[in-house]
Design a protein around this ligand. Structure first.
Ligand code: FMN
Length: 371
């Protein structure tokens, strides 16, 4: 099977490929990782209710398949935040990734480039942001949490701009998360495989300690607004899970929203990210770019997220699994399989292009039952 960057896909099963399904990638990833690393990948917080809810929310939706209206070669390409994407996906920013494979975000970037999507790079990556930017042409969005004071935040933004990033993704974490699997394992992403973005000759090393220990000063929307105004790059805000925060982000100067509960890794018993997406889209209108993550597990999930208001999704754990299974190749195959299943789903739902996906593709029980 050849799947190309232009969104046209050759419709044959890839019998000569090492992986023909995401299931196979998942199995290999589990084989390659120790239990401690596996726990780092999958852990949520508390009882992991939100982690489960994120995927359960997708499982509640069903599609409508129109008869004699299918499309034989839908176009999966789209354009989000000024980027041409071979299908509506970004690599989500996830740190400590060398725990899964020594190639880390360098390998991920090369795989994303081969498939034609863009990469978000976390401040907590296992490689310096400059090295990741140099590894491919698609390391485009730098994710940072505010550590230190406003000047330190702007310094890091300047550093990202100098390395070639096009956007800043702003995140917020006031305090350490309650992740019991990691606590039992005494796991830390510090050390050799730990964050490489701070240290002598780089940004203030004290900031690294703050990042890891989460002894961050309290940040207010006024400060965020000031820092976004000083940012050399346009900013999107990640972690938006309410209409109120969507508008606060836009008022603070964000050019896009990133609806996410970090895959259930921040605080438990918050709503599934998918459940808050429709109200946010309705409230901010059609023109604000929205990236969505938390719970995407297959290509058809991308259709559901788009139908409920996202312009594109971000892929976290799926990419970590691909990386663990087979480095750059595992990530590339993960992306190809996702793109292909997305393509297949579009075709069955009668969507010839990404823009055709709307609420009408979702089955609504009340219409059938007359309620
Ligand atoms: C191992 C791991 C590390 C992560 N590290 C970060 C991080 O450093 N910064 C960040 O913004 N999000 C981080 N995330 C959250 C992801 O960016 C993304 O929001 C999450 O994986 C989405 O949930 P899903 O993978 O279950 O779909 C991390 C996720 C995982 C699995």
């Amino acid at each position: 099977m050849t799947e190309t960057k232009n969104g046209r896909i050759d419709d044959r099963y890839a019998t000569n490929e090492k992986y023909t399904t995401l299931r196979g990638i998942h199995r290999d990833a589990q084989r390659h990782l120790s239990e401690v690393e596996w726990n780092y990948l999958w852990c949520g917080t508390g009882d992991e209710v939100t982690l489960r809810d994120n995927t359960a929310a997708f499982d509640r939706y069903r599609f409508v398949t129109p008869l004699f209206a299918g499309i034989s070669n839908p176009d999966t390409r789209t354009h989000v935040l000024g980027f041409d994407l071979s299908f509506p996906a970004f690599i989500a920013p996830f740190g400590g990734e060398a725990a899964f494979h020594p190639g880390g975000h360098l390998a991920i970037g090369r795989a994303a480039e081969a498939v034609g999507i863009h990469q978000m790079v976390p401040v907590a990556a296992s490689f310096p942001l400059e090295d990741i930017a140099a590894a491919s042409s698609v390391a485009s969005i730098f994710q940072m949490t505010f550590v230190g004071d406003e000047d330190a935040a702007v310094d890091l933004m300047e550093r990202a701009k100098a390395a070639g990033y096009k956007y800043i993704c702003v995140t917020y974490s006031p305090i350490r998360q309650w992740r019991e699997r990691m606590m039992e394992d005494r796991f830390s992403i510090r050390g050799e495989r730990g964050p490489a973005n701070f240290g002598p000759g780089r940004s203030d090393p004290a900031a690294l300690v703050e990042l890891l220990e989460f002894t961050q000063p309290r940040w207010t929307w006024e400060q965020v607004k000031r820092v976004i105004a000083r940012s050399p790059l346009p900013c999107i805000v990640k972690g938006v899970t309410s209409v109120k925060d969507a508008h606060a982000s836009l008022d603070a100067g964000a050019v896009g929203l990133y609806v996410s509960n970090y895959g259930g890794r921040t605080v438990d018993r918050t709503p599934a990210a998918l459940d808050v997406l429709p109200s946010i889209r309705k409230s901010v209108g059609r023109d604000v770019p929205i990236i969505f993550d938390s719970g995407i597990r297959r290509g058809s999930d991308i259709v559901t997220a788009l139908a409920l208001g996202a312009n594109a999704v971000a892929l976290g754990r799926l990419i970590a699994l691909g990386l663990a299974a087979d480095g750059e190749h595992g990530v590339r195959r993960t992306l190809e399989l996702l793109q292909r299943e997305f393509w297949t789903t579009l075709g069955h739902l009668g969507c010839s292009q990404v823009q055709d996906v709307g609420e009408a593709v979702l089955y609504r029980h009340e219409l059938d039952t007359g309620r």
